[in-house]
Design a protein around this ligand. Structure first.
Ligand code: FMN
Length: 448
């Protein structure tokens, strides 16, 4: 049952409009009442082509599967082997995406570090800077340099293990983030050098850039600042991915992070989340095309994010050519966000557990997307860190089991040839055959 069912008054003969469905009507009514666009967290809620539209071809006679408990299937990933003298080494191909302190509570940031460290992977800071707890509990921590520069601190930057220059996010390519006033506690305000309790809008572009050449200058500065030791990542929201990846590579990035339109956000205009950018699945293909054309696939590593939930999603992203994936929303769910145990409290917020539309509001009963001391005090970072670690282990085991079934001794040996598509759209976007055929739409007779 959803929260809408209780209000439904359906009787035989009543026909609901497809275009003006309940959500469309409710949104028009809300806009007319409030006079401002809807701001919410989470990612796209409508269906767009996704990894679910792809299937893996397990081995049979023509291919040879590996035995689960006896034959190795490695999952380690090296990030930053192009230029950095100290690349990052991860045990699993899943990292924790950048999520801001401000959007998330300090204990939640700490738990992300604990969970990631327990399984040998990296976590990432976010808008608003690095917290001491986060650094202390994260074995490998990536420091984000964002357009807003909120919380930017060169000393913290040097304490990180890699730097991520954020150009954009999948949920809002071309747009800036928001942090509503009720989440701007004294600590958040102090770290961002901004007043307490006032809505903050993050910049949509870096203040000192006018074009792609400036990205190269910025990366050069960051290399100097970190003695050429730390890998430099560039994160882009998925739009003109082929060109963006080539420009980031030309600017001498070590690692490219591509975040598709299903990617989560703490607070953004709904119209952005649902209507700007391209889905994650075709973005992987375009990014790999760009790297292959430059002869740098696997030398410049590719991390993909946006809607990753299971080992199947991970395996499919890797088969399309990603080196690793990154998760945001799923990590928060694993740590207990929107858990049914808080149903009554989510109801009081006008939401319901599992709808994930309270992140911007700052009253999260799970203590994760809040700056309220009482609420965040309920959250146990040690327990949540273990839960996250368990979930990451499952993602890794699932990825391994699928890779073994395809006969691979390393998850990076998964390849497009291991995939087929369930829909014509997915076949065209991922450039793999429609299941049961050898047809890849757009590829073939015309030589494209
Ligand atoms: C609560 C929250 C806060 C976020 N804050 C940031 C941020 O500060 N910087 C950033 O680059 N991306 C931010 N993101 C986006 C994530 O880094 C990532 O791109 C996205 O969550 C991936 O999609 P997924 O949530 O479906 O896994 C945030 C996402 C969430 C859910």
């Amino acid at each position: 049952m959803t929260i809408f069912d209780e209000q439904a008054q359906w009787r035989p003969g009543l026909r609901e409009s497809y275009l003006f469905d309940r959500n469309a009507i409710a949104e028009i009514q809300r806009a007319a009442r409030e006079g401002i666009y809807d701001i919410r967290g989470f990612g796209a809620k409508r269906r767009v082509p996704h990894f679910d539209d792809l299937l893996l071809l397990g081995a049979s006679i023509s291919r040879y599967p590996l035995e689960g408990y006896r034959e190795r299937c490695d999952t380690n990933v090296v990030l930053g082997s192009r230029f950095a003298s100290k690349p990052i080494e991860l045990k699993i191909p899943v990292t924790i995406a950048g999520m801001s302190f401000g959007a998330l509570s300090a204990p939640a940031k700490e738990a992300l570090g604990r969970g990631a460290s327990e399984v040998g992977t990296a976590t990432t800071t976010g808008d608003g800077g690095m917290t001491a707890e986060e650094r202390e509990h994260s074995q490998t921590l990536v420091y984000q340099l964002l357009p807003s520069r909120y919380g930017m601190n060169p000393d913290d930057l040097r304490k990180a293990d890699a730097i991520e220059v954020v150009v954009g996010q999948g949920a809002k390519p071309g747009g800036g983030g928001m942090l509503l006033g009720h989440k701007i506690s004294d600590r958040v305000a102090a770290m961002r050098d901004l007043p307490q309790g006032i809505d903050q809008r993050s910049a949509c572009r870096h203040p000192d850039w006018t074009g792609p050449d400036d990205l190269e200058i910025k990366i050069g500065e960051l290399r100097e600042l970190t003695d050429w030791e730390k890998p430099i990542f560039v994160k882009v929201g998925a739009t003109r991915t082929y060109y963006d990846v080539q420009l980031a590579v030309k600017a001498r990035a070590d690692v490219i992070v591509v975040d598709g339109m299903q990617g989560g956000t703490a607070a953004t205009q709904d119209v952005f989340i649902e209507h700007v950018g391209i889905p994650t699945m075709p973005a992987v293909r375009l990014a790999v095309d760009a790297l292959e054309e430059l002869g740098l696939h696997r030398q410049v590593q590719l991390i993909v994010s946006g809607g990753i939930r299971s080992g199947a999603d991970v395996a499919k992203a890797l088969a399309l050519g990603a080196d690793a994936v990154s998760i945001g929303t799923a990590a928060l769910v694993a740590m207990g966000d929107n858990s049914p145990e808080f149903e009554q409290e989510y109801r009081k917020l006008g939401s319901s557990a599992g709808f994930y539309d309270d992140w911007q509001a700052g009253r999260d009963p799970a203590g994760i997307s809040t700056q309220d001391d009482e609420l965040s005090g309920r959250f146990d970072p040690v327990l949540a860190g273990h839960k996250l670690a368990n979930y990451l282990r499952v993602l890794n085991l699932e990825t391994q089991t699928l890779a073994r079934a395809c006969g691979k001794s390393h998850v990076h040996n998964l390849e497009p040839e291991d995939l087929v598509a369930l829909t014509i759209e997915a076949a065209a976007m991922a450039r793999v055959p429609l299941a049961g055929t050898d047809w890849i739409p757009g590829v073939g007779e015309h030589g494209s």
